[in-house]
Design a protein around this ligand. Structure first.
Ligand SMILES: NC(=O)c1ccc[n+]([C@@H]2O[C@H](COP(=O)([O-])OP(=O)(O)OC[C@H]3O[C@@H](n4cnc5c(N)ncnc54)[C@H](OP(=O)(O)O)[C@@H]3O)[C@@H](O)[C@H]2O)c1
Length: 288
């Protein structure tokens, strides 16, 4: 019989790719987003999920407004509720069903003060921001419940814009628009890290679950760390955009939340995803 997968946040940048990839992978897919469910409504959400009784729950819901929650108390509370508490509640529901939970986290759980080489999955987190602390809270609340859970850390997601009401374009698409309108762009060149192409992460999630990999924490990112500047240069190169890109310090764009200087994630446990360059070529439509 087909396995049932429930995708929460199914209209998000990642969620929509998970829906497609798991359906293609032979799962019976249910995708819920705002309008179908409010995951912060603990009792109602629990009841609906128990009724559906999925074998696998993928939690792609998150609070992602990194700067807003840094400077606004009410937003910080929302971030904590959605990113730290809800994942634990979902883990408890999954546990009750004997289901697998896949939860997504971020490189921003690290402070970026590593020496070289990138953070392995078992490195000690030390978030610098309200957002980072809320995501670490989610990792911990899932771990506290125990059970059949995966926490996948990713970094700087890009892909098709979310189809949800609050959906935003990714960095590369926004910069292509700026290049077209202004004929020049600048990008931060003193924050290094990995990038993650949403379709590649969806594929890697499917294979993680299908392979019955051991439960635990994973780093699933495209290979090859870059700064925003470096990644944008690569994107413009593969997309055939000849607008010059100026490297600038992060201080040129003052933002309330501190970012790690080098939050490169090392994937030591799973097959490597393709390179950032190849992923950007796919995103630009130059390769499949
Ligand atoms: N984006 C990045 O660069 C990045 C980096 C590192 C880690 N991550 C992690 O990757 C995962 C996927 O991120 P993403 O960028 O794909 O997120 P996203 O595009 O914001 O998608 C999240 C979806 O969940 C919906 N949602 C929000 N609150 C909800 C609620 N209470 N009940 C039901 N649905 C709700 C959102 O609707 P609305 O849009 O209408 O609110 C949206 O459709 C998250 O765990 C995120 O923290 C993302």
């Amino acid at each position: 019989m087909e396995k049932k997968v429930l995708i929460l946040g199914s209209k998000g940048m990642l969620g929509q790719e998970l829906v497609r990839v798991f359906a293609e992978g032979g799962y019976a897919v249910t995708g819920w987003d705002f309008g179908d469910i409010d995951v912060t409504d603990t009792v109602a959400a629990r009841e609906r999920i128990l009724m559906l009784s999925p074998d696998v729950i993928l939690n792609a819901v998150a609070y992602n407004a990194v700067d807003l929650c840094e400077s606004d108390e009410a937003e910080a509370k929302k971030a904590w509720r959605l990113n730290a508490e809800v994942p634990g509640e979902l883990a408890a529901v999954a546990n009750g069903l004997g289901a697998i939970l896949v939860h997504y986290s971020t490189d921003y759980v690290f402070d970026g003060e590593q020496e070289t080489g990138g953070y392995a999955e078992d490195a000690d987190p030390n978030p610098l921001s309200v957002y980072g602390r809320s995501k670490l809270g989610g990792e911990r609340s899932v771990a506290e419940v125990g059970g059949k859970s995966y926490v996948i850390r990713l970094s700087k997601l890009f892909g098709k814009p979310a189809i949800s009401a609050g959906g935003k374009e990714s960095f590369f698409a926004k910069m292509a628009t700026v290049a077209h309108e202004k004929g020049t762009v600048s990008a931060v060149d003193d924050e290094n890290g990995c990038f993650t192409y949403a379709p590649d992460l969806a594929d890697a999630t499917l294979s993680l679950v299908s392979d019955e990999a051991p439960f635990g924490t994973y780093h699933l990112v495209n290979e090859g760390a870059a700064t925003w500047y470096g990644a944008l240069r690569t994107y413009f190169d593969v997309a055939g955009i000849d607008t010059p890109v100026t490297p600038v310090s992060g201080d040129a764009f003052p933002r309330p939340a501190r970012r790690p200087k080098d939050s490169t994630l090392r994937n030591t446990k799973r097959p490597r995803l393709r390179s950032l360059r190849e992923a950007l070529a796919a995103f630009s439509g130059k390769i499949g």
